[in-house]
Design a protein around this ligand. Structure first.
Ligand SMILES: Cc1cc2nc3c(=O)[nH]c(=O)nc-3n(C[C@H](O)[C@H](O)[C@H](O)COP(=O)(O)O)c2cc1C
Length: 187
């Protein structure tokens, strides 16, 4: 066991107590839906091997060195199998104009990629869209099954941003607009 793992294990109970029952699904959804997020489309596959993609709001930054991000994908997603098979994926963070793309990639449509404009990413070949505020190309670093989802940890190998666009946001089950009013961060 590494020193770090030993230190962390000191915080865990040695003999786990009887687990408390889980919160009901509706409360869980209300609580987590109150965390405002952006919306992304996570995709895998190249032009040759029929790309797959899904709308995903469960994205977060994990580590700076190496640069890692995390995407939580349902074990029932067809895109998950494609990512695990290729070991590569792209995250496209949608701009305010991306609501229709979000709806398309949240659907079970078979021809998602025939209905949108996209280009293969330069390093991984993973599809990249045009209605984005940013994109990242990733190599799969780790995949951890957690309940009915799998946490895909990707090492970012390439990325870019569009400075003049506002993002698409999602909060409490609805798409939201982000206003340009901003308050400087106090550091
Ligand atoms: C705004 C929004 C956010 C979503 N976020 C996620 C997510 O974080 N993880 C996930 O597995 N599914 C998420 N979904 C649902 C998937 O996009 C949906 O199940 C999709 O049909 C899966 O496609 P696939 O089976 O082709 O991979 C989200 C849907 C919407 C509309």
């Amino acid at each position: 066991m590494t020193l770090q793992a030993q230190t962390l294990s000191a915080f865990l109970p040695q003999t786990p107590a009887e687990p408390l029952p889980s919160v009901d699904l509706q409360t869980f959804r209300f609580v987590m839906g109150s965390f405002a997020s952006g919306v992304s489309v996570v995709r895998a596959g190249t032009k040759q091997d029929r790309p797959r993609g899904l709308t995903c709001s469960a994205i977060c930054s994990v580590s700076i060195d190496p640069p890692l991000l995390l995407s939580s994908v349902s074990n029932r997603s067809g895109t998950l199998a494609a990512i695990l098979a290729t070991g590569k994926f792209a995250v496209n963070i949608l701009g305010a104009q991306g609501q229709a793309v979000s709806q398309l990639f949240a659907s079970g449509a078979e021809d998602k990629f025939e209905r949108v404009r996209w280009e293969p990413g330069t390093l991984t070949g993973s599809p990249l869209f045009q209605v984005t505020v940013a994109h990242a190309e990733c190599e799969l670093y780790n995949a951890v099954e957690a309940g009915d989802h799998t946490l895909l940890i990707g090492r970012v190998v390439s990325g870019g941003t569009e400075q003049d666009r506002l993002p698409l946001a999602y909060w409490r089950g609805s798409y939201q607009r982000v206003s340009q009013e901003s308050t400087p961060r106090v550091t």
